[in-house]
Ligand binder design. Structure first.
Ligand code: ZN
Length: 421
């Protein structure tokens, strides 16, 4: 009998992992880690028993545990888009650099993982094993991201991964697989709607423009993969003509994106904005950038390392500076403390942030209405599993699906096994 075992990323966000067991083969959908000082992974599986892993996208909470599958064993086939493969290599390498000795794997396993990859483009149906087919569909989350359609002897299992239906500057919105029998859906923002995308983009552009014109240095901490480039394109698209700089790993990610034009909505927009922005290479260049008004886009997005931390130390106590957040700040992070309390701990002391602080919601996940749109588009699902959301959010979304649409829906716990008939 076909079984799904939920290994992680259920009743929480982080360390995603779903095991599909066909009785003949075991296939993993994502195997990520939880971004914290002490690495945290989904429930363990034996690397000897997994036949294939399908990866939805490069974010560490979906990819960061995959090297574990190549410890000792030959390791499974890795199915993902070529862009996700390259970005995962970049991000996992960075993870090894940051928390190397605390991790249960090293570059050896990462290299083995890359060697086992079978790059697959969107909508290209691949016969994994006899009677088992996999198709990747655009998920609209970050460039290269995919939702996963598994067909096992005619039964269709659709895993959304992280999904966004709205077009962003970088990529087209996601495709919905309407005729799936079983659906595993994310629920990050099932409790709320995002503001209108275009309006929020314009509001963000106007805020940065006005601040820079008023003589401010604007620091935009952003994730290296996706958000940095999105912000860069928004500013370029609206004709921002102030000084702008791009720093850290966002530079490498931009170069990778530019070598995969087929995954971008508007390749030329990214190319031109990348050419227009200053690429920070040295400390003296960075200091020079901060001397006159301008905007700096730099990872990490929550100040958990990277050059954004360095910029923060230079500008936090300046009244002619601003920190503009463009993504959700996880409680307990440096970013969240600045956003909530305008305080930062430096050198063991709590210090007041004199720079202006603002937040714009440029999410790459579907909001409440869009998640409902996905559910209402489904033709006749047997069961829906709600994952990748805080426990109460996932639980109430599952309840809502049942009450509104009459579909059988649950929010599984880690370790739960679902038997599919
Ligand atoms: Zn993601």
């Amino acid at each position: 009998m076909l079984k799904i075992r939920f290994l992680g990323g259920v009743r929480r966000i982080g360390a995603s992992g779903i095991l599909v067991d066909t009785e003949k083969h075991k296939i993993l959908l994502d195997y990520g880690s939880y971004p914290s000082k002490k690495p945290d992974f989904p429930l363990p599986v034996s690397p000897y028993e997994i036949d294939a892993i399908v990866l939805s996208h490069a974010h560490i909470d979906h990819s960061g545990a995959i090297p574990l599958l190549y410890k000792g064993a030959k390791g499974p086939l890795l199915i993902t888009t070529p862009l996700t493969l390259e970005l995962s290599d970049l991000l996992i390498n960075d993870m090894i650099k940051i928390s190397g000795n605390k991790l249960p794997f090293s570059k050896t396993e990462l290299n083995k993982m890359i060697q086992h990859a079978v790059p697959v483009t969107y909508n290209e149906q691949v016969e994994l094993f006899d009677g088992v087919r996999v198709t990747l569909k655009n998920a609209g989350h970050i460039p290269g991201s995919a939702s996963i359609l598994l067909e096992i002897d005619g039964t269709k299992i659709w895993y959304t991964g992280d999904i966004n239906l709205t077009n962003t500057r970088l990529i087209e919105g996601a495709e919905i697989v309407k005729d799936a029998d079983y659906v595993i859906i994310e629920s990050t923002y099932a409790y709320k709607d995002h503001p209108d995308r275009e309006k929020e983009e314009r509001r963000f552009y106007k805020a940065v423009k006005e601040l820079v014109e008023d003589g401010f240095t604007v620091l935009i901490p952003a994730f290296a993969v996706g958000r940095s480039q999105e912000v860069m394109c928004i500013l370029w698209h609206h004709g921002f003509d102030g000084r702008t700089a791009l720093d850290g790993m966002a530079q490498t990610a931009t170069s990778i994106f530019l070598s995969y034009p087929e995954y971008l909505r508007d390749f030329l927009e990214l190319k031109h904005s990348a050419r227009h922005i200053k690429w920070m290479k040295s400390r003296s260049q960075r200091r020079k950038m901060l001397k006159r008004p301008g905007a700096v886009i730099s990872p990490a997005g929550m100040f958990s390392g990277g050059w954004s931390e360095w910029y923060l130390r230079q500008i936090y106590n300046k009244e002619e500076a601003a920190i503009i957040f463009v993504s959700y700040q996880v409680p307990g992070t440096v970013g969240r403390k600045i956003l909530d309390e305008k305080k930062v701990v430096l050198g063991g002391k709590v210090r007041e942030v004199k720079a202006k602080v603002d937040f714009f919601e440029l999410s790459s996940h579907s909001g409440r209405t869009q998640l409902n749109k996905i559910i209402s588009s489904l033709e006749d699902p047997q069961k829906i599993f709600v994952v990748h959301g805080e426990s109460d959010v996932a639980e109430s979304f599952a309840k809502e699906i049942y009450e509104k649409y009459g579909f059988d829906a649950i929010a599984p716990y880690p370790g739960d096994i679902a038997f599919l008939d």
